[in-house]
Ligand binder design. Structure first.
Ligand SMILES: [Zn+2]
Length: 142
């Protein structure tokens, strides 16, 4: 997992998918990412928001992002490394949803070997999971 050769062209910075202290697997920078830069993107299965909500209600672990009032993307079968990006209540990255694209940007300079995290927010369904990000002020759930 996470070998550079597997990265799609819209992955702008090299990352590795490794075991994370936060939850399961996470995404780790293999090169420095300057603040404001696009790190990469995820693509997945386009579904309706109602289907997204149905899946969110029935599955324990999901990763679905709503990209418009009617459309969502289910990343369960995506092979893009950024799909493993964990939530943190004090993230070093952010999700940008624009024109149907789900992109990840650096909120600050990210060092080699740092785990890349974002705040999932309301457009993101992560299932019924406890947040273990460990950040001060952690809200405790996703
Ligand atoms: Zn947290």
């Amino acid at each position: 997992m996470g070998r550079l050769a597997d990265h799609p062209p819209y992955q702008k910075y090299a990352v590795a998918v490794r075991r994370s202290r936060i939850d399961g697997f996470g995404v780790f920078a293999l090169e420095p990412v300057p603040r404001g830069q696009k790190i990469g993107e995820v693509r997945g299965e386009p579904i309706s928001v109602s289907e997204a909500r149905r899946r969110a209600a029935t599955l324990e672990r999901i990763m679905i992002v709503e990209i418009s009032p009617r459309t969502a993307v289910d990343l369960a079968r995506s092979t893009d490394p950024m799909r493993f990006t964990n939530h943190s209540c004090q993230p070093n990255g952010r999700l940008s949803i624009q024109d149907g694209r789900i992109e990840f940007y650096a909120l600050r300079d990210i060092a080699v070997a740092e785990e890349i995290t974002v705040a999932y927010g309301e457009t993101h369904h992560a299932g019924r999971l406890a947040c273990r990000c460990g950040a001060p002020g952690c809200v405790g759930r996703l």
